[in-house]
Design a protein around this ligand. Structure first.
Ligand code: HEC
Ligand code: HEC
Ligand code: HEC
Ligand code: HEC
Length: 140
């Protein structure tokens, strides 16, 4: 029993030092109020406390030089495109699932519709200007 507690304590110390190690890597990046206002985060992401580095990890220390994160970035948290298509599966009935369209299936790039720091768009509108609002919500 004593042994178990000993190992548990060692384990906890390992965890804590790990957290501090990560912290040391990231505190180099200063995020001012001005920067936060310039690159606002969508409510669905700010509500869960995502910050710049959750998405822009490994892109250096200069926040103004961060780059788009592409499909890979979104998928690293949201699962693959099939899984994303599955979330709105009920929309397949009208063939209007934006993540599984009759034209392209689950292959479109996220940023054909979703943006993070500016208003999202919806590429389906290019050809279906009047139908889209009946098919789906405004792109979050
Ligand atoms: C949920 C993921 C996410 C978070 C959190 C996030 N970004 Fe971004 N960032 C993106 C995406 C996606 C793009 C591509 C452009 C877009 O969608 O607006 C981007 C683009 C950028 C760009 C390039 C803009 C351009 O014009 O090319 C900068 C700079 C940037 N982000 C800074 C930040 C800063 C600073 C923060 C924290 C305050 C932050 N980002 C938080 C996803 C994120
Ligand atoms: C660091 C992890 C992370 C990254 C990177 C990320 N997200 Fe999210 N996102 C989440 C979590 C967690 C939620 C809330 C739970 C959920 O709905 O999956 C969320 C929620 C969302 C929602 C709202 C869901 C709803 O129910 O209304 C959308 C839309 C979204 N993300 C799109 C994107 C797009 C597009 C990208 C790429 C630019 C992206 N996310 C990148 C973690 C992330
Ligand atoms: C053709 C445009 C389009 C593309 C491309 C697209 N989305 Fe979406 N996405 C939407 C629209 C529109 C909604 C809202 C659908 C609704 O609820 O009516 C949405 C909703 C979401 C949601 C919330 C789903 C939920 O459960 O409510 C997430 C998460 C998401 N998108 C992530 C992604 C990711 C990640 C990618 C890239 C792999 C992507 N989307 C590509 C248009 C698009
Ligand atoms: C480049 C133009 C273009 C784009 C972009 C486009 N469509 Fe279409 N779509 C068409 C054409 C052309 C047809 C066939 C003629 C018609 O029924 O309007 C069609 C038909 C459809 C139909 C009716 C199919 C049927 O037989 O019931 C649906 C649903 C549809 N598209 C959904 C979408 C969705 C969802 C998107 C975005 C992911 C999208 N389309 C993007 C051109 C486009």
């Amino acid at each position: 029993m004593k042994f178990k507690i000993f190992y548990l304590i060692i384990f906890l110390f390992a965890c804590i030092s790990q957290i501090y190690a990560i912290d040391k890597n990231t505190t180099k990046i200063e995020i001012t109020k001005e920067i936060q206002d310039k690159y606002p985060i969508k409510p669905h992401h700010s509500n869960i406390m995502l910050s710049c580095l959750n998405c822009h990890q490994g892109q250096g220390n200069d926040v103004t030089k961060f780059k788009a994160i592409g499909d890979k970035g979104c998928i690293s948290c949201h699962g693959d495109k099939k899984r994303i298509a599955k979330r709105l599966e009920y929309m397949d009935m009208l063939k209007a699932n934006p993540h599984n369209s009759i034209h392209d299936g689950p292959t479109l790039f996220c940023d054909e519709c979703h943006n993070e720091h500016k208003k999202s768009t919806n590429m389906c509108l290019e050809c279906h200007e009047s139908e889209v609002k009946n098919w789906m919500r405004v792109t979050p």
